[in-house]
Ligand binder design. Sequence first.
Ligand SMILES: Nc1ncnc2c1ncn2[C@@H]1O[C@H](COP(=O)(O)OP(=O)(O)OP(=O)(O)O)[C@@H](O)[C@H]1O
Ligand SMILES: [Mg+2]
Length: 453
Amino acid sequence: MPKIKTKFICQECGYESPKWMGKCPECGVWNSLVEEIEQNNDKAYIATTNIIMPLTVDEIEITEEERLKTGLDELDRVLGGGIVRGSLILVGGDPGIGKSTLLLQVSKNLSLNGYKVFYISGEESEKQIKIRAQRLKVKGSNLYIVSETNLDILEKHIQNLKPDIIIVDSIQTMFKMELQSAPGSVSQVRESTLTFMRIAKGLSIPIFIVGHVTKEGAIAGPRVLEHMVDTVLYFEGERHHTYRVIRAVKNRFGSTNEIGIFEMKGDGLKEVLNPSEVMLSGRPEDVPGSAVVCSLEGTRPVLVEIQALTSATAFGMPRRMATGIDYNRVVLLMAVLEKRVGMQLQTFDAYINVVGGLKLDEPACDLGIVCAIASSFRNIPIDSKTVVIGELGLTGEVRGVNFIEKRILEAQKLGFERCIIPYENIKAIEDKLDINVIGVKNIYEVLEEVLGG
Ligand SMILES: Nc1ncnc2c1ncn2[C@@H]1O[C@H](COP(=O)(O)OP(=O)(O)OP(=O)(O)O)[C@@H](O)[C@H]1O
Ligand SMILES: [Mg+2]
């Protein structure tokens, strides 16, 4: 085997050097040299390979293959309807959030469906995986597990085993011997991902790759990692809550709006099929500062409780805090309340929280936030069977939202009796509804309906 040569390339200006240097002599940037394997640009190589002529789009044949189902509907939906063959899926998440658990459960389901699954772990020994497997009640002769980090050995395993799906846990532990840098370094992570990409595309095997998340919340390693793969999923959740949310940040084969919700239990992750029920469980009734909104998470409406607490400021500057919603949006909505309604919020601290750990970024939640703040400020509870939906403009006007019917139906399904919605959305409702729907045009009408003035 010819010796593979490596070189160091500056990521800023492209300067090449046979040795590593702390500072690029060309552009003067520090720490920009990354080790790369020298590509074989031999002309003889091109002469001897079969060159396939480019095809027209009509000529390219695809077999109508259905996507592989992971057995977890929540995950399938986030993936756009299952796993596409030959795709590379990156799963990122904080330490201990449950990435290995999720993928072992996926392995279990796929292996039970007759697919040969190859689980590569660079972090745990076979025995440690077995302990988790016992907890998750994983059994089967179709699930192969190896604890190995050397890419050359792994490639051999894959050639021998010919699996239908591969799980790599995690990419930061994989290494190629030719590169001098340690596993987890930019060049190792990139080379390893390239290797798996070649395998995925060449053999049409879908590969899940686990990626660790840095303190800043990005997947550790170069940003190019996210460009290279087909799908990037983030597995999130509060450590102290049992709920976990999986969302697609990038998806070449589906929408990125969908989320999947799971609950971490002793015997693994359980799908949460009715998130609204879960998000509203344990909601206090008839207390000031609580409002229910309906947010659209992908194609699915989810009812969520928003809580607000206002209390007199002890020191000069009032504090504002928002968890689960954009801070600036809260400040803006409070300014509308101050200017249009005349609420003297300047001398009050305000804390806003989305219950259940969801992150809301839809303008349709505006009215709910405003109502929760006003309810806390005036100390008047909002009727617990009311849902508020709508966007609030700067002049205090209530603006329409999309998919209104879907949202109202979800509220109706969960036993709510009254829905406050934008007036302009009223005409869009065609179905006969068993819920009292009230259209509002501006912030005054909203507060009149919800708080009685
Ligand atoms: N017996 C148990 N009962 C309930 N939950 C458990 C149990 N054992 C583990 N867990 C949960 O599983 C989590 C660890 O899951 P897992 O190892 O899959 O996470 P990970 O994201 O792969 O972590 P790492 O980043 O370290 O690889 C724990 O944080 C805990 O919440
Ligand atoms: Mg793990």
